[in-house]
Write a protein that binds this ligand. Structure first.
Ligand SMILES: *[C@@H]1O[C@H](CO)[C@@H](O)[C@H](O)[C@H]1NC(C)=O
Ligand SMILES: *[C@@H]1O[C@H](CO)[C@@H](O)[C@H](O)[C@H]1NC(C)=O
Length: 339
């Protein structure tokens, strides 16, 4: 099992270093990982939950994404690989419940959308097989409920809607849908659909100007009506009005070293959590409560070991736990806020 100890930081910049020895490494090629978590603030804000999940052997592929259903206390993980289950369902405390792979080709993003009456999970599928190029809704047991896009066919159409490498989806409690399309395909756009899947607005094209994208990779919506998009290739985050699609601003100063791969808020919406895959880091950015987004400020970072490659993350809206889908380490890890 994991060993953990705390020591005084070796640089003046990092006040505390927490060094974890990986309890698990499935990938023989990558050797043993040492997890180094460092903090710029006075004290660490999160600690790695070394007991999640209970049995990491369930990760048998490349773990691309993770979604938390905080209402039903479930965690969904999607992974890629041959002859493996593509979606794994865990409890919040790390017990494995079930898995499925029917109609899932090559998952990229995942989002849990739940109400009192319905537990569902959406997956963006970038595969080119007969189920690829789609965004699909499943129930918690893997039954396919809804398909957006033309299965097996990439495209740029809007009526009917088509995708090429759809990257991520965000669904509001009202059922309204926001999508980024996509992860390096034909399209570089952000779309909003009504709960009945009617296009409400569409923004973006390939480019570097305001409202244009180069790999819009991750998306989230805050409670004041702003849509936050990780514009990965342009190394910036762009923000839009959720009702009109109007461009509100962009942050690029914080991403000179590496573009943002994920955007998620802490439950109080004070901080935006951004994964930076190539520098193996999670950054916490201070998010302005309303309106204009101003300049970006990194308030804390979690430095992961080299080759961990954090791709997409999700946050438990009740507990604030951060789940990180790591492409290199081929696992999902859970970080819990320190009180
Ligand atoms: C689906 O998952 C099962 C294990 O749960 C595996 O045996 C099977 O090969 C998988 N099928 C595909 C098409 O990946
Ligand atoms: C977007 O523009 C860049 C630069 O002009 C180009 O290299 C790239 O292929 C374009 N991507 C798409 C999807 O058209």
């Amino acid at each position: 099992m994991a060993r953990l100890w705390v020591c005084v930081g070796t640089t003046t910049f990092f006040l505390a270093l927490l060094v974890f020895h990986s309890r698990f490494c499935r990938s023989p090629g990558l050797g043993s990982f040492a997890f180094v978590v460092s903090w710029r603030t006075e004290k660490p804000l999160y600690r790695l939950d070394v007991g999640w999940p209970k049995y990491p052997e369930y990760f048998t592929g490349t773990t691309f994404c993770v979604a938390v259903d905080s209402l039903h206390r479930l965690v969904y993980v999607a992974q890629r690989g041959d002859n493996i289950p593509k979606v794994l369902v865990f409890t919040e405390d790390g017990y494995f419940l079930r898995a499925w792979n029917d109609t899932v080709d090559t998952p990229h993003g995942i989002f849990a959308s739940s109400t009192q009456y319905e537990q569902s999970v959406w997956i963006t599928d970038v595969g080119s097989g007969s189920y690829g190029h789609t965004v699909k809704k499943y129930n918690s047991f893997g039954d396919l409920i809804q398909v957006l896009g033309t299965p097996g066919k990439k495209g740029t159409g809007v009526n009917p809607i088509q995708f090429d490498n759809p990257a991520e989806i965000y669904v509001e409690d009202t059922g309204e849908i926001y999508l980024v399309d996509g992860d390096g395909g034909l399209n570089n756009r952000l779309l909003k659909l009504t709960q009945d899947f009617v296009m409400q607005w569409i923004r973006g094209e390939n480019g570097t100007g305001p409202g244009q994208f180069n790999i819009p990779h991750s998306i989230t919506v805050d409670s004041t009506g702003r849509v936050w998009v990780a514009d990965r290739g342009n190394k910036r985050i762009q923000v839009f009005d959720k009702n009109t699609g109007e461009w509100l601003g962009s942050w690029s100063d914080c991403f000179k070293e590496d573009g943002p791969y994920s955007v998620r808020f802490t439950p109080d919406e004070k901080y935006l959590i951004v994964a930076q895959l190539n520098i193996n880091r999670l950054a916490l950015l201070s998010a302005p409560p309303i309106g204009n987004i101003g300049d970006c400020v990194v308030v804390s970072t979690v430095q992961l070991a080299s080759q961990v490659s954090p791709h997409l993350v999700d946050v438990d809206r009740k507990t604030g736990a951060i789940y990180v889908a790591e492409l290199g380490a081929e696992q999902v890890q859970k970080y819990v806020p320190l009180k």
